[in-house]
Write a new protein. Structure first.
Length: 118
């Protein structure tokens, strides 16, 4: 089992910044991908950004140029730096961890609320 603890959500005005953190613990896989997804009210959960342990990244088009994902591998922690936030970024943000070959083992954090006011 892998446990994920998120922090860093909150309320910010449009144009502001927030930084999310996700710390993984437990049975850490040597091969893993950490990332962030979000879910707004009435909408499906969607990809925000992912990063492999080796540093390969993937971003949703809607956040490219504004959000940056990073990792501290020795600490098994992923970060999401969110700049130039927009009201449409308002959602619950979930940390995601996939480990093992083909990411067959998947875990989710409890979610953290990000609210961007206009």
């Amino acid at each position: 089992q892998v446990q994920l603890v998120e922090s860093g959500g909150g309320l910010v005005q449009a144009g502001g910044s927030l930084r999310l953190s996700c710390a993984a613990s437990g049975s850490i896989f040597s091969i893993n991908v950490m990332g962030w997804y979000r879910q707004a009210p009435g909408k499906q959960r969607e990809l925000v950004a992912t990063m492999t342990k080796g540093g390969n990244t993937n971003y949703a088009d809607s956040v490219k140029g504004r959000f940056t994902i990073s990792r501290d591998n020795p600490k098994n922690t992923a970060y999401l730096q969110m700049n130039s936030l927009k009201p449409e970024d308002t959602a619950v943000y979930y940390c995601n961890y996939r480990g093992g070959i083909s990411g067959r083992y998947e875990y989710w954090g409890q979610g953290t609320q990000v609210t961007v006011s206009s």
